[in-house]
Design a protein around this ligand. Structure first.
Ligand SMILES: [Zn+2]
Length: 276
């Protein structure tokens, strides 16, 4: 079985970026969509993602920041409530300035939990900042998994897929000591809209075959730990759904759900599978 951890990073405040920012990127949109959509709605797609995923019987994880430029997390309160009511997972999109300070991460987690009203288990650092001490910090704060690691910007190979457990023996004995089922899990980022369309220069009409190629790499791997199959982590940013490239999302999901050996899920569901 191939497991897809499906996720969305919510990088911008709910009102979207300033109008000048959008105007400078006008050519990223189809001109008709650009003209008939209010600027603040061009980058905001949570309801559209919910609709597509509902239609295809899929659930995913949305990572929210607690620090938005000229905006506030609280503006997303209703979106978060609706996502949670229908079983989407909410994760923390930690600010890069917090990652070296466990106290700052803890405050971000608490801020997000004051809105979700339940514990947050998943983390991803904005801009995929990652270092070797991050997992120890997250484990002590009660996270179950992280997904911030990517080794390169332009390659898709076995290093950028599957998962690993933080090993407290090599990483200064973590809070859960010697019980591997409690160690925090890292899901390296395999496929992300931004890298696919910029660093890898994949054309829109080649995107499905890129997903197919990635699945085939994964199908030929064994994880060595008893999970018969592969893990592929996908990020599709909230703001790209109406953009060229990003608008392929529904077709990608249709392709993935058509594969008999593929299961698409939230990060927390995959953690549950790996722990049992
Ligand atoms: Zn981000």
């Amino acid at each position: 079985m191939q497991y897809i951890f499906l996720s969305h990073d919510v990088d911008w405040r709910r009102q979207g970026p300033p109008v000048e920012h959008i105007l400078e990127r006008k050519d990223r949109f189809d001109s008709k969509i650009f003209e008939r959509t209010k600027p603040e709605d061009l980058y905001r797609n949570i309801p559209e993602y919910m609709e597509i995923e509902e239609k295809l019987g899929v659930r995913s994880t949305f990572f929210f920041r607690t620090i938005y430029e000229n905006g506030n997390l609280i503006d997303y309160e209703d979106d978060i409530k609706q996502l949670q009511e229908s079983n989407w997972e909410i994760g923390l999109h930690t600010d890069p300035t917090s990652i070296d300070d466990a106290e700052k991460i803890r405050l971000e987690k608490e801020k997000l939990e004051s809105i979700t009203k339940k514990p947050i288990f998943g983390n991803r650092v904005h801009f995929l900042n990652y270092n070797s001490e991050l997992l120890n910090k997250l484990e002590k704060l009660g996270f179950s998994y992280d997904s911030s690691l990517r080794h390169s910007k332009d390659r898709i190979d076995e290093k950028e897929m599957r998962y690993f457990r933080n090993n407290p023996v090599t990483q200064n004995l973590g809070s859960h000591g010697m019980d591997p089922s409690k160690w925090i899990i890292e899901f390296p980022v395999t496929l992300m809209d931004a890298y696919l369309f910029t660093h890898m220069k994949i054309k829109e009409d080649k995107i499905i075959s890129e997903f197919k190629k990635t699945l085939d790499i994964s199908r030929n791997l064994w994880d060595g730990e008893g999970l018969y199959g592969g893990v592929i982590t996908v990020i599709w940013h909230d703001n790209v759904l109406k953009m060229k490239g990003g608008r392929m999302y529904q077709q990608i999901l249709e392709f993935l759900t058509s594969q008999d050996d593929v299961k698409i899920m939230r990060g927390i569901d995959l953690v549950e599978i790996l722990k049992n």
